[in-house]
Design a protein around this ligand. Structure first.
Ligand code: GLA
Length: 387
């Protein structure tokens, strides 16, 4: 059974996607719809590809799609005023890439699909560090399973989404976005060990502490070269240290030396950030909001100084949030080089914090109070899971 009641306007967004589909490509057969949440990292940024540990929530902002077999027997997509049309599903560097990559990913998983038309509607800002790329892929997978009356286990959905992103579109991402979108628990965070793929749930313990997000309007690009560079530099540092995971980078290992200054900074980021994710989960279990906030601010400083993925605009928004009384901590979210800042704030200070963040970002795209959303394994149980 689907549980639209727990997600903000998901059902309304699915109707909008169905309208976008009809407006773009006319009538033609029944459409299946689906909605997938975005992701907000609490701690554990830029460590998933280094087998580190991440602490993330799925959020109530998401992406809806409507999908039908194409009466014209071609692949067509319409999203935010942009259109993509082609005979084959392979990438062409346009908005269709991720949407059509699902055809190849599901074929590999044994689910054949005819050429399809897709309409998209989103409450999640795109290219803002809140995993809009993974959300659209996951939403298309769920819609495709509904259309084809097929089922996949949660792990199969994650595998298909990762294949679409990494092998078809070619972005060397880690697994945290897809895992969070599929496996996030209701009302809490997912603590994910990216070395052995194990995960546990951590409840959001506060009613009087909220997450306020501000999308700075500076677009980030997870497919861009800067993300690939960070990944390569980190891989290089770990292999030089002869360890396979950020979890093995202890102070002793770091003292072994042999790293370039850049590699030292990358190694220090993934090691300390992994520890922060674990300590952040402990802070949530203990209901210690001040502690979680302090860890988030430390995370931002590490992303700024050691991993070098922040920007002056993100830094300015973080500092503006931290100046607000009642703000417990703030950090950039996602791949960086632009995107969104999230602050942990006493509920009574949420408006003041949002206003301060907005006025520090020259071209802010929006501010939101983020709430945990259940992942797709919970809200799309009609097509995900073994039963
Ligand atoms: C993007 C990638 C993720 C992760 C984050 C940074 O969202 O898709 O795999 O690496 O950046 O934490």
């Amino acid at each position: 059974m689907r549980d639209d009641g727990t997600t903000d306007g998901a059902a309304a967004l699915e109707l909008q996607a169905a309208r976008a589909l009809r407006d773009a490509f006319g009538d033609g057969g029944d459409a299946a719809t689906a909605w997938a949440p975005g992701r907000c990292t609490l701690l554990g940024e830029h460590v998933d590809y280094a087998s580190g540990i991440v602490l993330c929530i799925a959020i109530q902002l998401g992406v809806a799609v409507a999908m039908r077999a194409s009466p014209k027997h071609v692949f067509r997509a319409q999203s935010a005023g942009l259109r993509a049309v082609r005979a084959e599903p392979g990438p062409a560097a346009d908005i269709g890439d991720r949407i059509f990559a699902v055809a190849l990913a599901l074929r590999r998983a044994g689910v054949g699909l005819p050429p399809y038309d897709v309409g998209v509607a989103a409450s999640l800002p795109s290219g803002a560090g809140l995993a809009s790329s993974a959300a659209i892929v996951c939403a298309v997978i769920v819609a495709a399973l509904r259309l084809g009356r097929a089922r996949l286990a949660a792990a199969g959905v994650v595998d298909a989404a990762l294949f679409a992103e990494r092998d078809v579109v070619g972005v060397p991402c880690g697994a945290m976005d897809q895992r969070t979108i599929v496996d996030a628990p209701p009302g809490g965070a997912l603590l994910l060990d990216c070395r052995d793929d194990s995960a546990s749930s951590v409840a959001w313990p506060w009613s009087d502490v909220v997450l306020v997000a501000c999308s700075t309007g500076e677009q980030h690009d997870v497919g861009g070269t800067a993300y690939r560079d960070r990944r390569q530099e980190t891989d290089g540092a770990l292999s030089r240290l002869q360890v396979a995971s950020a979890q093995d980078v202890t102070d002793d290992v770091l003292r072994r030396g042999g790293l370039s200054p850049v590699q030292s900074r990358r190694a220090r980021h993934v090691a300390t950030e992994t520890q922060r994710a674990l300590r952040g989960a402990d802070a949530m279990r203990a209901g210690d909001a001040a502690r979680l906030g302090a860890l988030m601010t430390e995370s931002h400083r590490s992303l700024r100084d050691d991993h070098e993925v922040s920007t002056p605009a993100l830094d300015a928004v973080v500092e503006a949030a931290l100046r607000v009384r009642g703000c417990l901590g703030a950090r950039m979210v996602g791949a960086g080089f632009g995107g969104t800042v999230v602050a942990l704030v006493d509920r009574g200070a949420a408006h003041a914090c949002a206003a301060a963040m907005r006025s520090a970002a020259a071209s802010a795209r929006g501010t939101w109070v983020l709430r945990p959303s259940p992942g797709l394994a919970h809200i799309a149980a009609d097509v995900i899971g073994s039963g």
